[in-house]
Design a protein around this ligand. Sequence first.
Ligand SMILES: [Ca+2]
Length: 195
Amino acid sequence: MKKLVLSAVMALSIFGITDAFAAELQMSDSAKTKSVTEIQKAVPEKLENEVKTQKTVPYKVNRIDKNVAKLAKAVLPKVIYPTMTHHLGYEGSKFSITVRFNTDMDRNTVIAGSTVIFDFPKAANAAGQITWTNDREFKWVQQSNRRFDICNYDPDCEFKLTLTDGILSKEGLKLDGDNDNKQGGNCTIWFIDLG
Ligand SMILES: [Ca+2]
């Protein structure tokens, strides 16, 4: 008799536990259902936002690679000065040439003798010193003492500046030196110093 009662109690407990589990399962199911409903509600709202975005911008902003977007907005770096053969200056008896870009440049890529090359009749790739005025403008001053050291006047001295496309803007774009509105291409400028 005692055994029977015990098994009955056990059976009841098992049922009880099962019921409790079932109830819990049901609860979590309804909770799940609830959150699914919430997600479903949220999705159309999001889509609506995307549709709104598409009206102003012809692509989904959040799917665009950030770097691509950054480059698309970046300014193509160009040389805006000098533009004429007589755009040269002097510092005492030395040449001092100012170069200006249309956008901020990565100074580390502007290197005398490497990406900035001055070829004079008496000195190919003449040594010089670069000094920055700001991130868009620098000045190159010859290292030798006098213009006559590197120039040959017969009667004028012609020399050439090459700015290679190893020069980059701060935004990381190559110099459009050949001015074809595409990244890259060296810039060559001829100067004439009248004798
Ligand atoms: Ca180019």
